[in-house]
Design a protein around this ligand. Structure first.
Ligand code: CA
Length: 367
């Protein structure tokens, strides 16, 4: 469907009404020079349940900011998963121009664009802070744009969950053997790692996870972190809550823009769209940090959830497998190889800074 647009009423435009003196003997003539301003009706489709805490509300925030900052010249209507298109149809819908914006996670499109997974999260890869550093200042955005260009899409980081949790299990994980035959919802590269460790990875949208755990169709699931996992009620269907989320150390959400729709906008509105998304990117991480710590206490103290650390031996083995999986994935596709080379070089450098700065401080604070 073609984007609806209409001409805004002159009264609503920032009309410039000028008084022009045409000559000393002539009365001033009032000239209305206001070109009626075009307004744009945009749709945003999302892979999240409507208004879902953090993810859905993060998408809402982008829409609200664009509408507010543009003074209503762009009106964005948000659709939750299944309202306009299904959760995993977001990419195609925005690519075709059925919606102008899409809020999702790039790793969902791994089957279409192998390199997409590197723009959301890589097992044992970058943290949220490091990911933003790579994207904005380390060459990441240029590569992401290259990956989405053939689909008529402009990518943007549109939020970050921070370090996720390892997931919900009904048995203790004491060795990698315990992962064998385990049917677990875990998307992207993390899923490939689980498969290599003998598990059975499943990709399902968030809304299907609770019933799948309840019916036993899934043995285990990861989702995000305490804030979101509490909202889905996983504590009712699983006993152990494992940390850390080795598979998603700082997952970047995305807000893709249909390129043709973006190119139709005047420069000031283009800047508003890009910067509204940028504001929301940082805002989501702040919200997750604030809410996760509250929700974790609720899960433990109110719902009796047992918090567990994956043993170091399990993490070491998963890390070794992760390195192999990521290298192999990168070799299968020319752009993935280029993206991974960039991200790996950045990781190997930034890890030294993170260790002497934030990590050293957090350690010191705990003494
Ligand atoms: Ca996750």
């Amino acid at each position: 469907m073609k984007r609806r647009e209409f001409i805004g009423a002159i009264a609503g435009a920032t009309a410039a009404t000028a008084l022009t003196a045409c000559g000393k003997d002539e009365a001033p003539v009032q000239v209305t020079s206001a070109a009626p301003q075009k307004t744009y009706e945009w749709k945003m489709v999302t892979t999240w349940p409507k208004n879902f805490p953090g993810l859905g509300t993060g998408a809402n925030k982008i829409a609200e900011l664009i509408t507010e900052m543009s003074g209503g010249r762009i009106n964005v209507k948000v659709y939750g998963a299944g309202e306009l298109v299904g959760a995993f149809e977001v990419f195609d819908a925005v690519s075709r121009g059925n919606a102008q914006l899409g809020h999702a996670g790039a790793y969902y499109w791994k089957g279409k664009i192998p390199s997409a997974a590197f723009f959301s999260s890589v097992p044992f890869g970058l943290t949220a802070n490091e990911m933003n550093a790579w994207l904005y200042y380390g060459g990441g955005m240029e590569l992401w744009e290259e990956a989405y260009k053939p689909f008529g899409l402009i990518p943007n980081p549109g939020g970050n969950s921070g370090t996720q949790m390892g997931g919900w299990f009904n048995k203790e994980i004491n060795s990698v053997e315990d992962l064998k035959g385990l049917k677990m919802r875990i998307p992207g590269l993390g899923g490939e790692v689980l498969k290599r460790a003998g598990g059975i990875p499943v990709t399902l949208p968030g809304g299907e996870l609770f019933p799948s755990m309840q019916s036993g169709a899934l043995d285990a699931t990861e989702w995000v972190g305490p804030y979101n996992d509490l909202a889905f009620g996983f504590y009712k269907v699983a006993k152990y809550y494992y940390t850390p989320g080795w598979h998603e150390p700082g997952t970047t959400m995305e807000c893709m823009i249909n390129e043709a729709a973006f190119n139709e906008l005047p420069a000031d509105l283009q800047s508003i769209v890009r910067n509204a998304i940028k504001v929301a990117n940082g805002d989501m991480l702040a919200e997750y940090t604030a809410r996760n710590q509250q929700a974790l206490q609720t899960l433990i103290n109110k719902h009796g959830v047992e918090l567990r650390n994956f043993p170091d031996s399990v993490l070491k083995e998963l890390k070794t497998i992760s390195e192999q999986v990521v290298e192999e994935e990168a070799k299968n596709d020319a752009l993935s190889a280029k993206v991974w080379a960039s991200q790996k070089a950045f990781r190997d450098q930034v890890v030294k800074w993170t260790e002497v700065s934030e990590f050293a401080y957090v350690r010191a604070r705990g003494l």
